[in-house]
Design a protein around this ligand. Structure first.
Ligand SMILES: *[C@@H]1O[C@H](CO)[C@@H](O)[C@H](O)[C@H]1NC(C)=O
Ligand SMILES: *[C@@H]1O[C@H](CO)[C@@H](O)[C@H](O)[C@H]1NC(C)=O
Length: 278
């Protein structure tokens, strides 16, 4: 069950227990950061950041974005799926494709994750990080190339060691690993279901009901996206600032979302189908 108090205790656990202990994988190793940088939070820093590897300065507002893909249905019928982890500027504007020299293909991503020993991570991604087509790697490479290349922190230069023989291109591995770990704490299906919002061919919901369910679970709103015509709920974006570290090892602080792309009423939440156009 997601309740406000549970989320607060989750955050406390997250702060006390490094990611590596919880999952068996580690991020980094990163270069050392100053105590004054590590005391800061992205978009809320009270001092000038000395090293932009240490606190995110380019895309300080992070978005974990999810799909509800029903036609054709992708992923498990009772789960939302990962879209990506995006760096927005503090004001909500954003850049894309920031470093063509770092771009990777879906096959390269698979190989990098395998060589880093990320078999469980890859299995999870194949289940929950789905492209519309059957080629999930095309979404993975799109997300990495468009978004991950725009973080100031988490660049190859931020690593003390980034490409040794047992950990090739750790910066690529860490993007997928951190995104999945964040996604696991944001179970949109469960949050909506707890408020009686479940997929249906006939029922409609209001934006206030959907935002109320999200706010009850996380204490903040999210950006909710609908298809233009019908309207059907299709996306949710969760917003964060990052405290005390870079985009991969810092603590994510949940903040309110932006303006939603849905009308106030009449929103459908359709069951996942097999392309039957329902
Ligand atoms: C926060 O850090 C950025 C990047 O170093 C800097 O431009 C800005 O002035 C800092 N804000 C404050 C209040 O020091
Ligand atoms: C990583 O190391 C391998 C083997 O030394 C090398 O072939 C490859 O070009 C390196 N990749 C990057 C992105 O530095």
């Amino acid at each position: 069950m997601y309740t406000k108090s549970l989320i607060i205790s989750f955050a406390a656990i997250a702060a006390a227990t490094p990611l590596s202990v919880r999952s068996g994988y580690t991020v980094g190793p990163f270069n050392t950061c100053s105590a004054s940088d590590l005391a800061q939070t992205s978009c809320r820093n009270t001092t000038v950041i000395q090293d932009d590897c240490c606190i995110e300065t380019r895309g300080g507002q992070l978005l974990l974005t999810q799909f509800w893909d029903w036609n054709p249905g992708t992923g498990p019928s009772a789960a939302w799926t990962v879209h990506g982890l995006w760096p927005d500027r503090c004001d909500g504007t954003y850049e894309g494709y920031c470093d063509p020299s770092r771009e990777v293909t879906g096959d390269q991503i698979t190989e990098i994750i395998q060589k880093n020993g990320g078999h469980n991570l890859l299995r999870y991604m194949r289940r929950y990080w789905k492209d519309h087509s059957s080629v999930d790697g095309s979404l993975w490479s799109h997300e990495y190339n468009k978004h991950a290349t725009c973080f100031s922190s988490g660049r190859p230069e931020c690593y003390a060691s980034n490409n040794d023989s047992t950990h090739p291109q750790k910066d690529v591995f860490d993007y997928f690993y951190r995104t999945v770990e964040l996604f696991k704490g944001l179970d949109t299906y469960k949050v909506l279901k707890a408020a009686g919002i479940v997929p249906s061919k006939t029922k409609t919901y209001t934006l206030a009901e959907i935002q109320g369910a999200i706010k009850k679970a996380f204490g903040v709103t999210a950006t909710v996206g609908c298809t233009k015509d019908t309207p059907e709920i299709a996306e949710v974006w969760y917003h964060f600032h990052v405290k005390g570290g870079n985009v991969y090892n810092g603590e994510y602080l949940h903040i309110d979302g932006g303006k939603s792309f849905c009308p106030e009423t009449g929103i459908k939440y359709l069951p996942k189908g097999k392309g039957d156009g329902n």
